[in-house]
Design a binder for this molecule. Structure first.
Ligand code: C2E
Ligand code: CA
Ligand code: CA
Length: 738
């Protein structure tokens, strides 16, 4: 048996201690014989004495090194040399490090007693002259020595046990997961007790059924139970073991049985009820149990702190809704990937669900959550577990893994497969961008930002777009920045103006309104298209300032029109989401109207369908306020978003603008014109006016009028014009018609 488990708390506790070993060291053969005879059938404290004899100090020191359970050494002080005996004791204590074995010195003649200091320093119990040591006296001496020895043995093994517990406890506190900790608990306990490593740690799981037998999940297991990790108790396939664990959990206490010990760690200490089963071939002694109790306190603390740690980890690195890694987790892994040797083999794919925010608004967050769950699950199922699937935000997912594991084409296929399409409601496709980390040098955050930008650009082309991150994009990034700086200068330098594009009533051919469109003529005299600077201004927040300016310019134009005798021509102003959603937008708008001296009725606000649907409640509130002032509201680019009829019915708007893309194909055989037709009908149904934009041909104009849309805007009538030009155009237009 291993000395480590000599936790004997009584004199019969340890298996090796069936006898008391006594070593007699004397070169005097007569004394040795007499001693052997005297000890022959002597019993001390219930055990026999086993005599070992050494006839020289050399022999004795070998025996002392070999046996570590010698209770007593009867030692002749004077042997080969004067001090051979004392040297032996010195080596026993100082070299072998044995402090428990008792030593009784024997001298040939009285008067040769060792000095008091020697007795003290070498922890020598007693000394006698050989002649004094008759059988009776020998029994007394032995009894005292054995008692001393066994007490010392208990103390020192307990100390060793405690020392090991301290070491084991330290080992436990390095654990970061419950599974890792549980495995350590098993190995530490079994080695502490010198048992073969066979055990189970399980955590109680709450049963739905009241009063059901306690059930538990196996957190860690060793030996023959290894296969049950993560399984329930039944998976252990050993009714006796299961019964012991159940009983422990039910009685909420540690069990010390003949063939096993089941430790209990209560919820109030460990965070949950844990039971730890240790197989043993014997009943543990009460000292062992006492030590286990001490160790258990450490284990409970360890379990508790690991649970806390993993909860914190979860909070910091897991998405609440989908229980998959979140943006923080992605950044952490991406950071490692970018700094790893295998960087060049890795790819980052960002995946975004097309139409998601519209659908989320139209069908409710329940539907949105469902779609998110579906996408997350499908991504998770499609890739090896070493591939990271994270939710970055909203409907944006990230996949990080090795090139051969993660291929954008697979992702596309995943969502294109026919049998699966309907699950995604058929309305959703995905767009993605793939970034080869080899193409990127920079931080994880920058990589994510650049990949996002690439995704945004891919998505500008429409739905179901799958792009590859292009390192030259970084240059585009820098260009964007330069453009933004130039835009700020342009605002200060007065290079920004508005152009006005007429809107016409197709029945009367009267001009009913104009749309104000931003124009930027740069210092080189070139026009910078609004689609290159408006989205940039929106993305950077600069649109608030720019939008304010555009609004003032549009209102000036409205004032000009009214002053020139066209107060009935409404001016439509494009308003971006960040502008509209400012808390004081309505007040600002009102004060601009007042300072421009324009009647609210002469103004219309255009917001895009996607803006309206994405922030439905907040937008409705603003639009209602605007309309109550008399300002009209148009929903721009209608048909590209995802409005449901129910939302449209309550949306406070006067007019739907059919997006140019639907008008474009009128006259050709396509389903785009069916959409145009549907929009016209929807507008009628919800009691709104409808206007078609981008009308370029007479055929398109005829078609829309025939189908019930009376209003139109487009190159067929006029391109956007500066204010003065518009006044000339209006004069010519009315002249031609009178
Ligand atoms: P939008 O609001 O849909 O504006 C209509 C766009 O279609 C304008 O382009 C206009 O010039 C163009 N267009 C009009 N008729 C026709 C036609 O018959 N055929 C074709 N092919 N195009 C036609 P523009 O001026 O380049 O503006 C582009 C976009 O920039 C606008 O789309 C709007 O989203 C944004 N934008 C322009 N000005 C402003 C503004 O002042 N504020 C805000 N927030 N956005 C603006
Ligand atoms: Ca517009
Ligand atoms: Ca439009």
């Amino acid at each position: 048996m291993d000395e480590q488990l000599a936790f004997s708390d009584d004199l019969t506790g340890s298996a090796s201690q069936l006898v008391w070993r006594v070593l007699a060291v004397d070169d005097d053969i007569n004394f040795q014989r007499a001693t052997a005879f005297a000890l022959g059938d002597m019993a001390v404290l219930g055990k026999r004495i086993e005599l070992i004899q050494a006839f020289s100090s050399r022999e004795a020191s070998m025996l002392l090194a070999e046996y570590d359970d010698i209770a007593l050494v009867l030692l002749d002080v004077v042997m080969e040399t004067e001090d051979a005996g004392l040297r032996l004791v010195k080596s026993l204590r100082e070299v072998i490090g044995n402090r428990e074995t008792r030593v009784v010195l024997l001298t040939g003649e009285p008067g040769l007693a060792p000095a008091h200091e020697v007795m003290r320093d070498y922890d020598i119990n007693d000394y006698w002259t050989k002649s004094e040591l008759g059988a009776d006296r020998l029994l007394t001496v032995l009894t005292a020595a054995v008692r001393g020895y066994s007490q010392l043995k208990v103390v020192s093994s307990a100390r060793r046990g405690l020392q090991m517990i301290v070491e084991s406890s330290n080992a436990l506190f390095c654990s970061k997961s419950t599974r890792d900790l549980s495995a350590k608990i098993l190995s530490e306990i079994t080695s502490l007790l010198g048992l073969q490593a066979e055990g189970i740690v399980c955590v109680r799981v709450e049963d739905q059924v009241l009063d059901a037998a306690p059930n538990a999940r196996v957190v860690s297991a060793s030996g023959r139970f290894t296969n049950s990790i993560d399984g329930d108790l039944e998976s252990l396939q050993d009714p006796q073991v299961v019964a012991a664990l159940r009983r422990c959990l039910l009685e909420q206490q540690t069990l010390n049985l003949s063939d096993c010990t089941v430790l209990f760690f209560p919820q109030y200490q460990a965070g949950a009820d844990y039971a730890c089963y240790i197989a043993s071939s014997r009943t543990l002694s009460s000292t062992e149990m006492e030590l286990l109790k001490v160790f258990s306190a450490s284990i409970s603390r360890g379990l508790h702190s690991v649970a806390l740690f993993s909860r914190l980890e979860e909070m910091a690195y897991q998405d609440d809704l989908l229980a998959i890694p979140n943006r923080n987790a992605l950044i952490r892994m991406l950071d490692m990937a970018l700094n790893s040797e295998a960087k060049d083999q890795r790819v980052l794919v960002l995946v975004d669900i097309d139409n998601f925010s519209g659908a989320n608004t139209a069908f409710g967050t329940g539907y949105g959550d469902f779609i998110l769950g579906l996408v997350a699950k499908r991504l998770r199922d499609a890739f090896d577990s070493s591939v990271l699937i994270a939710r970055v935000r909203d409907d944006l997912f990230a996949i990080l893994g090795l090139k051969e594991q993660v291929c954008a084409a697979d992702i596309v296929a995943l969502f294109h497969h026919h049998s699966r399409a309907h699950e995604l409601g058929q309305v959703h496709s995905l767009s993605s961008v793939t970034m080869h980390l080899s193409d990127f040098s920079g931080s994880a955050r920058a990589a994510l930002q650049d990949a996002l930008l690439a995704l945004k650009q891919a998505k500008q082309l429409g739905h179901d777009q799958h792009g590859i991150y292009d390192p030259t994009l970084q240059r585009a990034h820098a260009e964007s920045y330069r453009l933004l700086l130039a835009l700020r200068d342009a605002v200060d330098a007065g290079q920004i103006s508005v152009a006005l594009q007429p809107q016409v009533d197709l029945q009367t051919m009267r001009v009913i309104g104009v749309e104000a469109l931003a124009r930027w003529r740069n210092s080189d005299g070139q026009m910078v298209p609004p689609l290159s600077f408006i989205p940039l201004a929106e993305a950077t927040g600069y649109i608030l300032l720019l939008g304010d300016l555009l609004m003032r310019l549009a209102l000036q134009a409205a004032k000009q029109l009214a002053d020139a005798g066209y107060p009935q021509i409404r001016v439509a102003i494009n308003v971006s989401a960040p502008q509209l959603l400012q808390h004081d937008f309505v007040e600002r708008f009102k004060s601009h109207l007042v300072s421009a001296g324009v009647a609210p009725e002469q103004v219309e606000v255009e917001i895009t369908e996607s803006v309206a649907m994405r922030n439905f409640d907040a937008v409705c509130e603003k639009l209602r306020a605007l309309r109550s002032m008399g300002v009209e509201v148009a929903i721009d680019d209608f048909g590209t978003g995802f409005s449901s009829l129910n939302y449209l019915r309550v949306l406070p708007a006067d007019r739907l603008k059919i997006d140019r893309s639907f008008v474009l194909e009128i006259g050709e055989v396509s389903d785009q014109q069916m959409i145009a037709e549907a929009i016209i009908q929807i507008a009628a149904r919800v009691g709104m006016q409808v206007i078609a934009e981008g009308v370029e041909t007479q055929q398109q104009a005829d078609w829309i009028l025939q189908h019930g849309c009376r209003q139109a805007q487009g190159y067929l009538f006029a391109k956007p014009m500066a204010g003065a030009e518009l006044l000339d155009w209006l004069g010519a237009w009315s002249d031609a018609r009178s």
